[in-house]
Design a protein around this ligand. Structure first.
Ligand code: 9YT
Length: 130
């Protein structure tokens, strides 16, 4: 059994900050934990705008605090995000994630699991690692 706290994933190699400052991700479960997915708490900063395209991963995201929106770039639809809202990128959906008036706290699950040091590339994707 794995027991891990958010404090243990803060201020060390499990905490990854976006190079552009838009988000911080605390990675509670990673590939080496052997669960088959990774599990993160991500803070999306208020007012930020991040184009994302996880072409190599599926991601589910559940909002537990704050507000913002997600724009589906295939349809142009914009969905508001607030606590209790989940979105799942089941089609590797290209999107723009926007922070709202206050920081958003999201719980994120990735499959395949992240190794831990990933940051977005120019397309807003994470690379796959062997
Ligand atoms: C919601 C989202 O994808 N934000 C970017 C960071 C990502 N969740 C991560 O934890 O690496």
């Amino acid at each position: 059994m794995i027991i891990r706290t958010i404090a243990e994933c803060t201020g060390n190699e499990r905490e990854i900050k976006a190079p552009n400052g838009n988000w911080v991700s605390r990675r509670l479960l990673l590939r080496d934990d052997g669960m088959g997915f990774s599990f993160h708490e991500t803070i999306i900063h208020a007012g930020s705008e991040t184009p994302i395209w996880y072409k190599n991963h599926l991601e589910a995201v559940y909002c537990v605090a704050g507000n913002g929106s997600i724009e589906d770039l295939a349809t142009g639809e914009v969905h508001q995000i607030e606590p209790g809202v989940l979105y799942a990128l089941d089609k590797h959906d290209r999107h723009i994630l926007r922070g709202g008036t206050v920081d958003m706290k999201m719980i994120c699950v990735f499959t395949p699991p992240l190794r831990g040091d990933e940051v977005h590339d120019a397309d807003g994707a994470y690379q796959l690692h062997e």
